[in-house]
Design a protein around this ligand. Structure first.
Ligand code: ZN
Ligand code: ZN
Length: 339
């Protein structure tokens, strides 16, 4: 059982030994992004996004084969659960312990989502929890203020803009535990390799199954480009939409909300208010009917003996975090009181 202090800050502390200069970085490059990387990042965002827009007329004109649809769905949920179960609930928040093969499989599956190297993802996300919606949060939609134009600008920042910020989260401070693990550090440093694998596999399968170049192309289009674009926007929506709207039945010191209509596509991560109220909980959708496929899979991993020490939230723990305010938002009450 954890104490309430982990609600505020559950990132492992860096010791003086961890921050020694001899420790190799968990990603290639230093703590600042170069302009070449900025351009590569822009291409990675724009190209799949154009594919997503093109997907509608293409589906209308050609139709989508069951094979391409299957590739899209399979690789979408593989990468999505790699992020939610692996990068997020296991590596960032230690909501369960994993046997070595599962740990490595989760690190690779998350890397296939093309959301950046493991160590950087975890460092950014731990910093997000430490400062959530306050100064220092890498991606708060409230960064520019509370007026409508400021929120519009902030939503754009939280969704995409923050990734272009030159300032990087210091990895030795926020993810020393991952950098110390040689295998995890290498998987993180091999991010480009995992990106190539992730984009090439659907094309390869599409080509081999249909024995045609056209099959390879449509496999790449649906299984790689459209899938990556969709997954990116759903993940980024947790940073933007789930910190701007949604119900707030639980106490958290930020603006995180539960957004039901993103639950299936986000693999259970859009129950984001509960997550900020109890970050180490292995289950985010704690109420009846709140779909959380990541929690279901963690349960299966536990039954198989691959996951252990899972932090399942007890009913009393959940109830102790409930909001008692009429508007469901402590921050809202504070703002109202201050006004
Ligand atoms: Zn959040
Ligand atoms: Zn989190």
């Amino acid at each position: 059982m954890t104490t309430s202090s982990d609600v505020i800050d559950d990132a492992p502390k860096a010791t003086s030994q961890d921050t020694s200069a001899s420790q190799p970085a968990g990603t290639l490059g230093g703590d600042r992004k170069g302009s070449a990387e900025q351009i590569a990042l822009l291409l990675f965002i724009i190209v799949p996004f154009l594919a997503l827009i093109a997907a509608v007329p293409l589906a209308w004109g050609w139709g989508v084969s069951w094979l391409d649809l299957g590739l899209l769905v399979f690789f979408y949920f593989l990468g999505c659960h790699g992020i939610t179960i692996g990068f997020h609930r296991h590596f960032t928040h230690s909501s369960f312990k994993a046997k070595r093969p599962l740990k490595i499989a989760l690190a690779i599956a998350g890397s296939l989502a093309v959301e950046g190297p493991l160590v950087r993802w975890v460092a950014d996300h731990r910093k997000h929890h430490r400062f959530s919606d306050a100064e220092g949060d890498p991606h708060s939609p409230w960064r520019y203020g509370e007026t409508v134009p400021a929120l519009m600008k902030g939503l754009w920042w939280a969704h995409i803009g923050w990734m272009f910020d030159e300032e990087r989260t210091p990895q030795d401070k926020y993810a020393p535990d991952l950098i110390k693990d040689r295998t995890l550090r290498n998987i993180s440093r091999q991010f480009i390799l995992w990106t190539v694998v992730s984009l090439a596999l659907p094309a390869l399968i599409g080509g081999l199954v249909t024995m045609s170049w056209w099959g390879a192309f449509t496999g790449f289009f649906w299984g790689s480009l459209v899938r990556v674009a969709l997954l990116h926007h759903v993940t980024w929506s947790i940073n933007s939409i789930c910190h701007a709207v949604g119900k707030r039945p639980f106490r958290s010191r930020d603006r995180s909300g539960n957004v039901w209509w993103l639950a299936i596509l986000s693999c259970g991560e859009s129950w984001h208010n509960l997550h900020h109220a109890d970050p180490t909980s292995a289950r985010h959708g704690v109420e009846r009917g709140q779909i959380d496929s990541s929690a279901r899979l963690i349960r299966w991993f536990e039954l198989a003996g691959w996951a252990y020490d899972v932090r399942w939230p007890s009913r009393s723990r959940i109830d102790s975090r409930r909001n008692t305010g009429a508007d469901g938002s402590r921050r809202g009450r504070e703002t109202a009181e201050a006004a």
